[in-house]
Design a protein around this ligand. Structure first.
Ligand code: 0L1
Ligand code: MG
Length: 261
C-alpha cells in the first residue's frame, strides 16, 4: 500500500465519521465539495464506510434506494445518472406510525413506489433479471434528511451522505403489477402535491434496471427480502407533526407522522 492509498483511506474514514456525527447529533455540516473536490468513486467509498459504521452499531441493511430519478432533479443537479443509497432497519417507520422529529435535522417526505426482492440478484450474471426477482410492489414514503446545511450539496456530496436516506414507510405489499403513469398524491397536513409514477424514469420498472446497473458498478449487493425505493414521484414536502400520506392509484396508500416527544 502506498502513502497515497493510506491518505485516501484516511480521508474516506474522516469524511464518513463527519457525516455519521452529523446524523447522530442532528447537527448539519457544510458541503464537502465546498471545501475541495470529491470524486464519485471516493463518495461511494465514504457511503460504504458510513453504512459500515451503522451496521457496526447493530443496524441491519434492509434495502436500497434510488435518487435523482426524475428529469427535473437531474436537470437541477446537472447530471444524467441516478444515485443509489442503503436503507437500514433503523430507518423503517411502520405504515401509520410515528417517527420522532428529534432524530432529524430538516426532514422532508417524498412519495415513492417500493418493490420487494423475492430472490438475490447476482450482480456478476450478465443475464440477471431484476424485474423477475421482484415479488411485490407497494406505495411508499421516503424521509430524506440531508446532513448538509440547507440541503445544499453536489452530486458527490449526496452520494457520500448515503443519498440523504433517513426514513421510510411502506404500505401494504400487493402482487407486482405494471406501475407506469399511475397518479400519485402526497399530502402533508394541508399541503398537497400531485404527480405520476411516470416521473420515476418514465416508469418505475426502469428504475429497477438503473438500480441493477448502479449496483453492478458500485458492488452494492441486492438480496432477497430487500425493499427497493424506486424514486420520488413528486417534489418533497417538509415533514412536521402533521400526517404525511402518499396515495398511488391502483396500489393504495401509506402514511406516517412526525412527533415531538
Ligand atoms: O429522491 C431522493 O431520494 C433524493 C435523494 C437526495 C437528494 C435530496 O436530498 O434532495
Ligand atoms: Mg427518494
Amino acid at each position: 500500500m502506498t502513502d497515497t492509498d493510506t491518505d485516501a483511506d484516511a480521508r474516506v474514514a474522516e469524511l464518513a465519521l463527519r457525516l455519521d456525527a452529523a446524523q447522530t447529533a442532528c447537527a448539519d455540516t457544510p458541503s464537502i465539495e465546498g471545501e475541495g473536490p470529491l470524486d464519485v468513486d471516493t463518495a461511494y467509498a465514504v457511503q460504504d464506510e458510513l453504512v459500515r459504521l451503522r451496521t457496526a452499531r447493530g443496524e441491519r441493511i434492509v434495502g436500497v434506494k434510488l435518487g435523482f430519478t426524475s428529469k427535473a432533479k437531474m436537470a437541477q443537479m446537472g447530471v444524467s445518472d441516478v444515485i443509489v443509497g442503503r436503507l437500514t432497519d433503523a430507518m423503517a417507520v411502520p405504515d401509520g406510525g410515528a417517527t420522532d422529529l428529534a432524530r432529524y435535522i430538516h426532514p422532508k417526505v417524498e412519495p415513492e413506489v417500493a418493490y420487494r426482492l423475492g430472490a438475490d440478484v447476482d450482480l456478476d450474471d450478465p443475464e440477471a433479471d431484476i424485474v423477475a426477482a421482484v415479488d411485490a410492489i407497494a406505495p411508499a414514503l421516503e424521509i430524506i434528511d440531508s446532513r448538509y446545511r440547507d440541503f445544499r450539496f453536489t452530486y458527490a456530496d449526496v452520494v457520500a451522505d448515503n443519498t440523504s436516506a433517513s426514513g421510510f414507510a411502506v404500505g401494504e405489499w400487493v402482487p407486482v403489477r405494471a406501475a407506469a403513469d399511475l397518479a400519485v398524491t402526497l399530502r402533508v397536513g394541508d399541503e398537497r402535491v400531485d404527480g405520476s409514477t411516470a416521473a420515476i424514469l418514465g416508469d418505475p420498472e426502469q428504475a429497477l434496471h438503473a438500480l441493477l446497473d448502479m449496483c453492478r458498478r458500485r458492488r452494492i449487493p441486492l438480496k432477497a427480502g430487500y425493499v427497493v425505493l424506486a424514486g420520488a414521484a413528486t417534489a418533497a414536502l417538509p415533514l412536521g407533526e402533521a400526517e404525511a400520506r402518499c396515495t398511488v392509484d391502483g396500489l393504495g396508500s401509506v402514511s406516517l407522522k412526525g412527533v415531538r416527544q
